[in-house]
Write a protein that binds this ligand. Structure first.
Ligand SMILES: Cc1cc2nc3c(=O)[nH]c(=O)nc-3n(C[C@H](O)[C@H](O)[C@H](O)COP(=O)(O)O)c2cc1C
Ligand code: SF4
Length: 708
């Protein structure tokens, strides 16, 4: 039974002509599936609808071939042939009683058009603002272009309606849409009726919204998505201007979807923003309109959601990441199962899926994007497929996930953890600056295990091979994690570097265990490039060390571009006084100094350093697995049928890889032919249908080049 205090979250909300069954609203989010994997996409969105979201939206859907954002894999609605793929998603959402929303996008000055090779266009002739610095400019749109664009948008609205969508967005947020470019003085320097005053800059948004409203009539809702503040001093939109804009067309859309600045500010990680970080920007918007308002802020606290609605800040609780981490969040609240909510940790590995053009992955929810291709479900598991107990060795993210899923499948499970607390690496890493929310990886799984009578957890139990053989469990899964290397081997050096025995050399494990560097001058050598090097430099600087951060890359924590954090990390390090040495490699550690080399010229420089922190690569903690392998002849006698090594103990990677590995083991340990290494592709995939359209005629030419 749900808590009566939460009833307000389950009230219906009218969105113009349609009605949301409750206040839980999955805002648009991309996923690396898009036009390439439409069935996987439909299944993923269908699961969210099943999980209780009232509205389930697509990601950006490109409305016209003249603006594509290749290599990002989004949806396309270029012509009628794209309708069936989108209809599949709308149907999957409707099947579970939710409204299907679509975000129509024309990226304009943000679309490099790598695929279609049309010349990008926008309000002004400016460089195309993509996530790279590509030498490519957009052309200034004239009146004919504006008329064309309105027509294309309208055609997309009609197609979206034909595909079955109930909520058809006008997208004007994140500086990613032609409409946001027209709204902002930063991109709009026009002197015609579409530039200059606010009234003029909002004109196109008003026209496009009116076009859409008139086209859909009483069949669909038309929301506007807009950023409240661009958070830039470069002439972007600010709150005062946006208030005027919203005020000037207050009741035109059926819903205001308000968000913040560009994507990196909107989807800030927990390291750089608390839950609800957008609230201060969104507060007061409801005063400007009679239409409902949806906003976001990585909301997982139910009391907070209630206070947002009661306090008149929002009508609908928007969520991208909380809905990825737990597609069943609304249902769990409705059923009074708050403790079962898998809270987003705010790591943005989901965003990295988009940047790597690969199916969305989530640290907390390893079933994400595997609903169709592997048949996984975030809440349902198939019953166990064999008899016999399972021994899981290691209570980090991989072991915990394996144990809880195996337990839910009905297997008798024994989980042995060497330490006195569960969590493995997340226990340590969540104590680092800014990473506290990561402990949710442990907490959710520990909570699930506590309610499974068939799972026994033994803490402070470091098992050796004899112990394992003595336990006589048929299935053994080793998830013993990894340890950081202290020999300098990583990406840059694939062989150990020269390290003086007298030098103070620390690894991330040492710092996480509470060891402190000697002296006052610390060098952090980051050849890992994700968060660890930057976090430890921040930690050292906060403890008062004179900290230098050395990287062979061009910037600190360069892979965190994929999690939208790099800019924030570098800014924080600089503000804390960390000296960043880019394009340099540590080549030797001496007592009291490190030798570094320029990665281009090799020119060396010696820096005084009392201690060096090596953030390079990790070694699998796989001794137990090797010991057991050596005693394979004793397995039959001990009743052991299989041994698997998973997660960091097999090959160190992200926490998302670890939870995925745990899930995969638990799902597939008894499935024939599913194991890694099988000859057949172990998942479903969608193959592009070969076209039987006739070949285009080749251009006429007169034969070879004439020489004169
Ligand atoms: C993986 C991912 C993809 C996103 N893609 C889009 C998108 O296609 N269109 C859009 O308007 N916003 C997109 N967003 C932004 C979200 O809609 C949302 O505004 C933001 O993540 C803040 O909400 P949250 O804290 O609930 O995640 C995306 C966010 C994420 C995490
Ligand atoms: S990947 Fe991280 S940020 Fe994204 S939804 Fe999952 S837990 Fe949240």
């Amino acid at each position: 039974m749900r808590d009566r205090r939460y009833d307000i979250l389950f009230e219906r909300v009218a969105l113009g002509p349609v009605s949301a069954r409750n206040r839980f609203y999955q805002v648009p989010h991309c996923n690396g599936l898009g036009y390439r994997d439409p069935s996987a996409l439909a299944a993923m969105r269908g699961v969210k609808a099943e999980g209780g979201w009232a509205v389930v939206c697509t990601e950006q859907a490109e409305i016209h071939y003249s603006s594509d954002i290749t290599p990002f894999i989004e949806l396309r609605l270029w012509d009628d042939r794209d309708i069936p793929a989108l209809a599949r998603m709308a149907d999957a959402v409707h099947e579970h009683g939710a409204l299907a929303g679509i975000e129509l996008a024309y990226n304009g000055m943000n679309g490099p058009n790598h695929y279609g090779r049309e010349v990008p266009m926008g309000p002004a002739a400016l460089p195309v603002a993509t996530f790279s610095h590509e030498p490519l400019q957009a052309r200034r749109m004239d009146k004919a272009d504006i008329a064309n664009l309105r027509r294309w948008h309208l055609a997309a609205v009609r197609r979206a309606r034909t595909a079955g969508f109930d909520v058809i967005y006008v997208y004007a947020a994140h500086s990613l849409s032609f409409l946001s470019h027209f709204l902002s003085r930063r991109f709009n320097d026009r002197t015609d009726e579409y530039g200059g005053s606010i009234e003029n800059r909002v004109r196109l948004l008003r026209e496009v919204t009116e076009d859409a409203r008139n086209a859909v009539g009483a069949s669909c809702a038309v929301p506007i998505r807009i950023s409240i503040d661009d958070l830039t001093n470069e002439g972007g939109l600010n709150r005062a201007e946006v208030e005027d804009m919203i005020g000037s067309m207050a009741d035109l859309p059926d819903l205001w979807d308000v968000t913040l600045a560009g994507w990196e500010n909107d989807s800030r990680t927990s390291r750089f923003a608390e839950e609800g970080h957008e609230e201060e920007f969104v507060r007061g918007i409801k005063r400007l309109t009679r239409k409902p308002v949806v906003g976001v802020g990585r909301y997982t606290s139910v009391d907070r959601m209630v206070s947002l609605v009661r306090g008149g800040v929002l009508d609908l609780i928007g969520a991208a990441r909380p809905s990825i981490a737990d597609p069943f969040l609304p249902r769990k609240i409705e059923e009074g199962r708050i403790e079962d909510i898998r809270e987003c940790i705010g790591c943005n590995i989901c965003v990295a899926g988009d940047f790597t053009q690969s199916p969305l992955r989530c640290t907390q929810n390893p079933t994400m994007a595997e609903e169709w291709r592997r048949g996984w479900h975030p809440e349902r598991v198939k019953p166990k497929g064999s008899d016999g107990a399972v021994l899981v060795v290691g209570g980090g993210p991989a072991g915990l996930e394996a144990a809880q899923v195996l337990g839910k499948r009905g297997y008798p499970v024994t989980l042995a953890e060497a330490r006195r607390e569960l969590g493995g690496r997340v226990l340590d890493e969540s104590r680092l600056p800014g990473l506290a929310a990561w402990i949710r990886v442990r907490d959710y799984r520990r909570g699930q295990l506590e309610r499974l009578p068939n799972v026994q957890v033994f803490l402070d139990n470091r098992l050796n091979a004899e112990d394992v053989l003595g336990l006589g469990m048929p299935k053994i899964v080793i998830a013993t994690g990894s340890r950081w290397r202290r020999d300098g081997v990583g990406r840059y050096h694939t062989r150990p570097i020269a390290i003086d025995r007298e030098a103070c050399v620390l690894t991330p494990d040492d710092l996480m265990a509470g060891l402190l560097p000697d002296g006052g001058r610390v060098v952090v050598w980051d050849d890992d490039h994700y968060y660890m090097g930057g976090v430890l430099a921040e930690l050292c600087a906060a403890r008062g060390y004179d900290t230098r951060y050395i990287t062979p890359a061009s910037e600190a924590s360069t892979w965190t571009r994929a999690t939208l954090e790099q800019h924030f990390i570098q800014a924080r390090l600089l503000r804390k006084g960390v000296q960043i040495h880019a394009f340099r490699a540590v080549t030797e550690v001496q007592r009291g100094a490190v030798v570094t080399a320029c990665v281009f010229t090799g020119a060396s420089e010696t820096l005084a350093a009392d201690a060096v922190v090596l953030v390079t690569a990790r070694l699998p903690e796989d001794r137990l697995a090797h010991e057991l392998e050596r005693q394979r002849s004793a397995w039959a006698g001990a009743g052991i049928e299989s041994l698997a090594v998973i997660g960091d103990a097999l090959a160190p990677a992200t926490i998302a890889h670890a939870t995925y590995a745990g899930r995969r083991y638990a799902e597939e340990c008894d499935a024939a032919g599913a194991a890694a290494g099988a000859d057949a592709v172990p998942f479903r995939r969608e193959i592009t249908e070969l076209s039987d359209l006739p070949k285009p005629p080749l251009s006429e030419h007169s034969g070879g080049l004439s020489s004169g």
